[in-house]
Write a protein that binds this ligand. Structure first.
Ligand code: SF4
Ligand code: SF4
Length: 80
């Protein structure tokens, strides 16, 4: 699973937003994946350590439930 999958684009209305997961802050607890009802996120091993990845960005609605679920502030929605 490539590291570039950590940052993917989704469109909501007319704005372009990105989900971003910080490898530095993610401890792979899986709370974000549990909170997502669209099965967008998964936990994978990357560069020798586990972390959350955005496996199905096309399913993301931008609801923000994963952001709320992460107590480590490792996932965020960046609006462009
Ligand atoms: S909830 Fe946060 S720390 Fe836990 S797997 Fe998701 S992004 Fe990583
Ligand atoms: S913003 Fe919502 S739909 Fe997108 S990954 Fe997070 S919980 Fe899932």
């Amino acid at each position: 699973m490539g590291i570039n999958l950590l940052k993917k684009c989704f469109k909501k209305s007319n704005e372009k937003s990105y989900l971003f997961i910080s490898l530095k802050d993610c401890i792979a607890c899986g709370y974000c994946a549990e909170a997502c009802r669209r099965d967008v996120l998964s936990i994978y091993w990357e560069s020798g350590s586990p972390c959350a990845v955005i496996e199905h960005p096309e399913r993301c609605s931008g609801c923000g439930k994963c952001v709320q679920a992460c107590v480590f502030s490792a996932i965020e929605i960046i609006k462009k």
